[in-house]
Write a protein that binds this ligand. Structure first.
Ligand code: PHE
Length: 339
């Protein structure tokens, strides 16, 4: 009997369980009514009287020891699940910090998507440009103020190397390297020598478009821009074209949309007029086509250009242009759900 007790004591000391189920199996094997230790208690009757005291003591110790070991292991499992120590496998993991797209990227992508649905493809070009692609090819007269250092950042003079002031420079590159039909969209950053304030910056972003083919008319331009305005600002949006002037288009126009805040009734945002200006456009001047090697008697085309900051402000009412380049996460985080 004593030997059996010792043997079981060794087994109890070696108790190990990988999970609660294994632990419960141990409890049943040793401590349940028909378990190993309970069986010994049944055999206790046959122990000679003079040994009863000693064996009884050992037996009780064994039982307590087994119970303690089981409780110990059980607590360890519970602690693990509570996360007191070890790893709590039931806890959800820490959230992964997600970045956000910059609002200007969100809006630029939206503009590109809208025009790509009517066949425009993206064309890109360098931000550091020469005079020819930015000005001369686009019919700027030699004395035009944009050629002045006050408006344009020059890197060197003679030869003129400068930071592009509009992405129309990409259009001159496309026209000199591709045959019509041409249908491109030119997104990108542009630079102008302006004092930085809440309403002006020395760099900003544009998306310009160019379509050249046979028989392209002003009506085609108007229809494409109406489609854009409705896709961007909603089905009820109206457009209005006002005569304007750009060296590279003739005729030229500026486009307003019905104020997307008041729906055209008039509010402080549209200064009570019901309209807000969003882009410049026109029919490509034949001089530009010829300068770029395209026969202006065969082909005609339209062009348009808009500021991404301007469109973003209309969509999200950002009051201060500087917010776009400061990268304050409190600002950027507000666009988490936008895309
Ligand atoms: N390039 C003009 C600008 O930067 C915009 C424009 C593009 C106007 C094409 C007409 C046609 O302001």
């Amino acid at each position: 009997m004593k030997e059996r007790i010792e043997q079981l004591l060794e087994e109890v000391n070696a108790f190990a369980a990988k999970n609660i189920e294994e632990l419960e199996a141990l409890r049943i094997k040793y401590l349940s009514k028909k378990g190993e230790i309970s069986n010994l208690f049944n055999d206790f009757r046959s122990v000679p009287n003079e040994q009863k005291r000693e064996v009884g003591q050992l037996l009780n110790d064994l039982k307590n020891k087994a119970q303690d070991r089981i409780n110990e292991l059980k607590e360890a499992f519970e602690d693990m699940l509570d996360g007191k120590d070890g790893i709590d496998l039931t806890r959800s993991s820490d959230p992964v910090a997600l970045g956000t797209r910059h609002p200007l990227s969100i809006v630029k992508n939206e503009i590109v998507n809208i025009f790509s649905r009517i066949g425009f493809v993206v064309a890109e070009g360098p931000e550091i440009e020469d005079d020819w692609h930015v000005f001369s090819a686009l019919n700027f007269p030699p004395e035009h103020p944009a050629r002045d250092m006050q408006d344009t950042f020059f890197i060197t003079r003679e030869p003129d190397v400068l930071l592009r002031t509009h992405t129309s420079s990409v259009q001159s590159r496309v026209m000199t390297s591709q045959e019509p039909p041409i249908r491109v969209l030119c997104p990108g950053r542009v630079y102008r020598n302006e004092a930085i304030s809440y309403r002006a910056h020395c760099f900003f972003h544009q998306v310009e478009g160019l379509y050249i083919d046979k028989n392209v008319s002003f009506a085609d331009l108007r229809q494409a821009l109406l489609y854009f305005a409705k896709e961007m600002f909603g089905e009820d949006t109206k457009i209005r074209l006002r005569p304007s002037y750009f060296p590279f288009t003739e005729p030229s126009a500026e486009m307003d949309i019905s104020c997307n805040l008041c729906g055209g009734k008039g509010c402080p945002f549209c200064k009570g007029t019901g309209w807000v200006e969003i882009l410049g456009c026109g029919m490509v001047d034949p001089n530009v086509l010829e300068a770029c090697g395209i026969d202006s008697k065969v082909y005609s085309g339209y062009a348009f250009g808009m500021g991404v900051e301007r469109i973003t402000n209309l969509k999200y009412q950002v009051k201060d242009l500087r917010m776009f380049s400061e990268n304050d996460v409190r600002f950027l985080e507000q666009f988490k759900s936008a895309h």
